[in-house]
Design a protein around this ligand. Structure first.
Ligand SMILES: [Zn+2]
Length: 408
């Protein structure tokens, strides 16, 4: 059994002993306020029990409930909250219509008993808070805080008992205060349950943590959509991403890595589903190898002294048209491959050539990176660009060359 489960169980046992003590005191003293407090402690036992039940049922999965039975916990919690409201209603009825009367001879005993319950409550809430912070369990911390505030209602009862000892009939008023605490407990349980049953989004902090994990991956270009919800205490995450990858296999690997990191970064993640698409490029970079005159298309690839790179757009132009000197032109070995890699670094998408390179090393490098190779018979670079442009306009009617003037 985990520490958090053990502490949750201890919380139930503590509250159960409080129910026992308070019930006994209520019977002995006839105090309506103590009776109400006993009911409050009972409702706390039930809600802690629901948490433990949730931990148990969440481990089961059956084929007709493929998303798990996590919400059984929330459904039970909602039912519990109705029982709590019913108990509160019964007390209110008794406050206004009931005939219960405080037995003066047992007031000192009741006061001592309540003092004992305050001590138990105080020390247990301290202990649970410590354990909750140690294990990082938000439900334990919340439970500890809840028990702590419950102490207030016990103080109200203590005060009313002292008042009664001096002849003030304040027991009913104290009972009313306790009913408010019961109502608060019931309302909290009901709201949490309804939120989860209606698939409310994950809290802001967790969403932010997921966003950060995804954004720090250099292969993620953009997060199009991020949603996550709770079911029981478990989290379901959905992501829609643009990735800087060109093939399915690599994309799959990247998403699996991101899933792993999300599971590591957050507690109780049941399922992460990631839909991804390639980077949505607004520009296409079209390259061509040039001869010394910077105008004629070179028949060579690795040996070409210059390369011209023109950005073509699906939307508006940014005016990029540049002629770059081949940095590997004097290389002894494997210059074709080096040039191909250098062009990829420049963001090449389409390569115009006069001699087919698709069966050669550089052709493989470019092809693997998803670069399209277009074979032309033209010798003039401008004419070749116009030809490619015309082809592209068929596919992208709004395509434009970066600089129409140069290309005619
Ligand atoms: Zn409570």
């Amino acid at each position: 059994m985990e520490v958090s489960e053990k502490t949750a169980l201890l919380s139930i046992l503590t509250n159960l002993s409080l129910v026992g003590i308070k019930t006994l005191l209520a019977v002995l003293s006839g105090s309506l306020a103590i009776k109400a407090d006993a009911i409050h402690s009972l409702s706390d036992v039930i809600s802690s029990g629901v948490i433990l039940l949730g931990i148990k049922t969440s481990k089961r999965r059956i084929s007709s409930f493929p998303y798990g039975l996590y919400k059984v916990e929330n459904l039970v919690a909602l039912g519990t909250s109705f029982l709590i409201f019913l108990a509160a209603y019964e007390i209110v009825k008794e406050i206004f219509l009931g005939t219960s009367r405080l037995l003066p001879e047992n007031i000192p005993l009741a006061a001592c008993g309540i003092g004992v319950t305050i001590l138990i409550t105080w020390s247990f809430s301290r202990y649970e808070l410590k354990k909750g912070q140690e294990t990082g369990s938000p439900s334990l911390v919340a439970d500890a805080r809840h028990i702590w505030t419950d102490m207030l209602s016990s103080f109200v009862i203590l005060a009313s008992l002292l008042g009664s000892a001096f002849g003030l009939a304040v027991d009913r008023y104290a009972a009313l205060v306790v009913v408010l605490f019961i109502g608060r407990a019931g309302f909290g349980i009901a709201m949490d349950a309804v939120r989860v049953l209606l698939d409310a989004s994950l809290d802001y902090e967790s969403l932010n943590r997921i966003r950060k994990i995804v954004e720090t991956d250099p292969r993620v270009v953009k997060i199009n959509d991020l949603r996550a919800r709770n079911a029981g205490r478990y989290k379901f995450v959905e992501l829609d991403l643009n990735l800087r990858v060109k093939d399915l296999e690599k994309g799959h690997r990247v998403t699996e890595e991101i899933k792993g990191r999300i599971r590591k970064g957050l507690d109780n993640v049941d399922h992460v589903s990631i839909h991804y698409g390639p980077r949505c490029k607004m520009t296409l970079k079209v390259g061509v190898p040039l001869c010394e005159d910077r105008q004629t298309i070179s028949e060579h690839f690795g040996e070409a002294p210059y390369f011209r790179l023109v950005s073509m757009f699906k939307e508006k132009p940014d005016g990029q048209d540049s002629i770059l000197a081949n940095p590997w032109v004097h290389e002894e070995k494997g210059k074709g491959i080096k040039v191909a890699n250098w062009l990829l670094e420049q963001g090449l998408d389409i390569m115009i050539v006069r001699k087919d390179i698709s069966e050669m090393g550089p052709g493989y490098v470019l092809g693997n990176a998803g670069v399209e190779i277009i074979l032309v018979s033209e010798t003039d670079a401008n004419a070749a660009y116009s030809q490619v442009m015309a082809e592209m306009e068929k596919t992208f009617p709004d395509a434009r060359l970066a600089n129409d003037r140069q290309v005619q």
